[in-house]
Design a protein around this ligand. Structure first.
Ligand code: AVJ
Ligand code: FE
Length: 414
């Protein structure tokens, strides 16, 4: 139990340091400005992180008095669209920093004192895990805002590791049932639950995400370039976080929409994997028939497994993470780029919203497509083999790429 509380406190602290980097890298004027109508001002994300922490940990779990009930409406994502947020009477940079620090002190006090057992919201520290993942999700959103921001580079990180193995072609995933989703992962969110068996016909899936070089061929054949690409006499350039350089041919393509990903797949005579196919490729262990937490097994992600956590500011080349491959030899399913799959965002059989409908359920339906596996901008705590992200199919400001798949033909299975 103390272990759990210590782990939560450590992760809250580590995550807050990242939020601080993302909001201290720019000046006050930049923090309150809107860098794209698709995104909130960074100072909105910061206070919203604190407001969610106040609502769930201080008020609900802790039963404490509100810190700032008067500002709840400003930071309710359903009350004001992102494009309207700059015009709101938001907390300024100094006030927002003081607010999140006050809330954090109270949340840590709640963490020290609250009984975690006997209430589903706090069992295994769920509410703390949810709020931690919420902040990490906004850290990725803020990173996407940085990517859209014009001007000098303000963030830096070492380059991703080089490729060490040759990864190419496709992998056969044999037909049969597998367990999709989870009923046991303590901090899994409602849309990942419950575990259920899905029978998946045999299919082939790319051993790696589609690369810049592969995607550039599609662009040459009439496809749309990804966001942040510009043409140069010598080839394509990509701008990342204020730095422009030639595209890395063997790195996964990033900043493509679902529509562009689908068009590429059709051009290549293939299709996007379904969500069930993606998860079977990522979790199914052919030796035991069991579904694992990650492609490499049940161990939490380490730097040897996957490009996660904003350690690097871009995807690593294909073949950079052999230790993260699945038993069947599918690479880089976790980290690098979110992967569009060909499925709508819907609830699994037996889904129940928890702890609030607005996290997932209100987004179920055909308007949203699913992305899997996390990106270089996703924290390891907010990324699992079962984790589901979603967005509108036209969106490409997120760190989105894809891989392709196809049905297996009977003659290929003999
Ligand atoms: C899961 C990334 C689609 O950013 O809209 C953050 C996460 N939900 N605050 C989003 C989320 C509420 C969500 N995504
Ligand atoms: Fe949020």
């Amino acid at each position: 139990m103390t272990d759990l509380r210590e782990r939560v406190a450590r992760e809250l602290e580590r995550t807050r340091r990242r939020s601080a980097v993302l909001t201290e890298a720019v000046d006050d004027d930049d923090l309150i400005r809107q860098h794209s109508p698709l995104m909130s001002p960074l100072v909105w994300d910061l206070a919203h992180i604190g407001n969610q922490e106040e609502l769930w940990l201080v008020r609900d779990v802790g039963g404490r008095d509100p810190v700032r009930a008067d500002i709840d409406h400003l930071y309710d994502a359903f009350r004001h669209a992102r494009k309207d947020r700059p015009a709101l009477p938001l907390l300024g940079p100094k006030e927002a920093r003081a607010y999140v620090a006050t809330v954090r002190d109270k949340a840590l006090d709640v963490l020290d004192r609250v009984h975690l057992e006997g209430r589903r919201l706090t069992e295994d520290g769920f509410a703390f895990g949810m709020i931690l993942q919420h902040e990490q999700q906004h850290d990725e959103t803020m990173l996407a805002t940085h990517q859209l921001r014009a001007g000098e580079a303000v963030l830096s990180a070492p380059p991703p590791p080089p490729s060490t193995v040759d990864v190419r072609g496709e992998v056969l995933v044999p037909a049969g049932p597998f367990t999709m989703g989870t009923s046991t992962e303590a901090w899994a969110l409602d849309n990942e639950r419950p575990a259920h068996v899905v029978d998946v016909p045999a299919f082939f899936i790319d051993a790696a995400p589609v690369t810049n070089a592969q995607y550039a061929e599609f662009v040459a054949a009439g496809g749309s370039p990804p966001l942040h690409w510009t043409r140069d006499p010598g080839g394509w350039l990509a701008t990342g976080f204020g730095r422009t350089a030639p595209i890395v041919p063997d790195a996964p393509v990033v900043h493509v929409s679902f529509h562009e990903a689908s068009a590429y797949a059709a051009w290549a005579g293939r299709r996007l994997p379904t969500e069930a196919e993606w998860e079977k490729a990522a979790r199914w262990d052919p030796a035991t028939g069991r579904s694992r937490r990650f492609p490499w097994g049940d161990e939490d992600p380490g730097p040897q497994h996957a490009n996660l956590g904003q350690r690097h500011l871009g995807p690593a080349p294909v073949g950079a993470y052999p230790a993260g491959a699945s038993p069947l030899g599918v690479h880089q399913l976790i980290g690098d780029v979110w992967e569009w799959v060909g499925s709508d965002f819907t609830g699994y059989p037996g889904f129940t919203a928890f702890p609030y409908r607005e996290y997932s359920e209100v987004f179920f339906g055909p308007e949203y497509k699913v992305l899997r596996g996390g990106s270089f901008g996703t924290d390891a705590v907010a990324c699992r083999g079962t984790f589901r992200n979603w967005d509108y199919p036209i969106r490409r400001q997120i760190f989105s790429g894809f891989r392709t798949a196809r049905d297996a033909r009977p003659a290929e299975l003999a």
